[in-house]
Design a protein around this ligand. Structure first.
Ligand code: S5P
Length: 469
């Protein structure tokens, strides 16, 4: 990279255009970096430097007009227009509602050529819309210019629509310069690269097209998770290299504690159905918490709250189970709507206990239709302050920091006589984007429980690695 280009990166950093930290994007994603090119109007020298870099590319192209995309690129196209004597046109964000109702402002004729300028190319979706609008006005565009390629899929998307794309910088190049001059840490560069990698696909679109996609990495989830239990869970998963949750569906205190001790070293989470324990008492909870601390796993009480808010509040807090006092996480249905989440939040206990929304069930004849699952996931996404993720089979939340917990996993069986459907763990991680697998009978009915838990754990971890690669 030329010294001039390197210096420009450093100037952009000083001006606060290239920011590193934690930023909520329009989509709701929490990003470790943010590019704010609207700030360049704060320094005319930088504005000129950027224009010069873009002109280096533009001077070899054949065109009649420069078209800047509002807002950041307007100042750039104006500067280039003045510096290099090319007329400018502007595509409005919205058509005027009165007067001319024009969508493209400026003086042009049908059939003329324009190049389009933007600050950053991310997904490319808004750029494609702009290009379509110009085409409708009779303008020809073949080349798109931008300052930064965020490397999130926009460039190939535009190219697949037949446009040539030219960027002054790839995001990777910017990171290298900032690293070289100690402006950002290695960790910040890695987090940024990981974020880019994990967000370079339009998940929603691919899902609609029925394509399975690999999902987020644990580090990325942690980066964007909001609830402290989610962060703790990811810490445990990565420290123990285990994404296994054992479903401890036994019926006595003794069996539960024994099982917890046996599987403890191999799991990140233990799931209970505490109301199935015939001899339940407070002592059990105290002992279970001790084992959880010793083996470092979290406790998920699979209560599946499903009633109106007024009732779920009582079910969550009242004796004899007093779930709110001890569970790190609880499952909840949203069949009654998001009011159940609001009700649970109003108890004041959700700082220590995270919610997992049951969005899709594992049974053959489940009533959780695609539409229901999508709605449930939306509720999870709108309540990330208290929700860790969803229980689901096929649908993964795309939103920042939410996890997918998946039961119906077994390596030795295809199902039971009551409609349970089992899938193998490897496929769950690689094809369906599962983050934590839930295994019950596959483990606790095995002859050697600890050995079986270790086996699931290894498969789960290897499959996660495979997904990353
Ligand atoms: O859709 C679901 C949701 C859950 S939480 N299907 C399920 O099987 N579960 C739970 O996972 C279920 O309540 C049970 O505790 C566990 C599965 O147990 P397994 O013995 O079939 O592995």
């Amino acid at each position: 990279m030329s010294t001039q280009k390197k210096e420009l990166v450093l100037k952009l950093f000083e001006l606060g255009v290239l920011k590193f930290g934690s930023f909520t994007l329009k989509s709701g994603l929490l990003s470790p970096f943010y590019l704010d090119f609207r700030r360049i109007i704060g320094d005319p020298n930088i504005l000129r430097d950027i224009s010069e870099q873009l002109w280096e590319i533009a001077k070899d192209l054949e065109f009649d007009h420069l078209c800047g995309v509002p807002y950041a690129a307007l100042s750039i196209s104006s500067t280039m227009s003045v510096l290099y004597g090319k007329p400018m046109i502007v595509k409005r964000k919205e058509a005027k509602k009165y007067g001319t109702k024009k969508i493209v402002e400026g003086v042009f004729e049908k059939g003329q050529k324009c190049i389009i300028l933007d600050d950053v190319i991310s997904s490319g979706i808004s750029m494609i819309e702009t290009l379509e609008a110009l085409k409708k006005e009779g303008l020809q565009t073949t080349d798109v210019l931008a300052i930064v390629n965020r490397m999130q899929g926009g460039v190939p998307a535009l190219e697949s629509h037949g446009y040539r794309v030219h960027c002054v910088y790839e995001m990777d190049e910017i990171l290298s310069v900032l690293l070289e001059y100690n402006k950002i840490s290695k960790q910040q560069a890695e987090d940024t690269q990981e974020f880019i990698r994990n967000n370079s696909i339009n998940f929603e679109q691919l899902r609609k097209e029925g394509v399975s996609v690999p999902s987020w990495s644990y580090r990325n989830i942690k980066l964007r998770a909001e609830h402290p239990v989610a962060k703790r869970l990811i810490n445990i998963i990565t420290a123990k290299r285990s994404n296994l949750c054992c479903s401890a569906d036994v019926s006595t205190k003794r069996e539960l504690l024994q099982l917890a001790n046996r599987v403890g070293p191999h799991i990140c989470m233990l799931k209970t159905h505490i109301d199935n324990i015939q001899d339940f008492d407070r002592e059990l909870v105290i002992e279970l918490k001790k084992i959880a601390e010793k083996h470092n796993f979290i406790i998920l009480e699979d209560r599946k709250f499903a009633d109106i808010g007024h009732i779920v509040k009582q079910q969550f807090t009242s004796p004899p189970f007093s779930i709110a006092d001890w569970a790190d996480a609880v499952t909840v249905h949203v069949i009654a709507g998001s009011s159940s989440i609001d009700a649970l939040r109003s108890t004041g206990y959700l700082n220590n206990t995270g919610l997992i929304i049951v969005a899709e069930m594992s049974t053959q004849d489940t009533l959780t239709s695609e539409n229901y699952t999508e709605q449930a996931i939306r509720i999870a996404e709108n309540n990330k302050d208290v929700v860790l993720g969803v229980v689901a089979q096929n649908y993964r939340p795309e939103s920042a920091g939410l996890m997918m917990f998946t039961p119906g996993i077994n390596i030795d069986s295809k199902g039971d006589q009551h409609g349970q459907v089992y899938n193998p763990p490897s496929e769950a991680f690689t094809k369906r984007g599962v983050d934590v697998m839930i295994v019950g009978r596959g483990i606790y009915q095995a002859e050697d429980i600890a050995k079986k838990a270790a086996e699931y754990r290894n498969i789960g971890w290897d499959s996660y690695q495979e997904r990353l690669n």
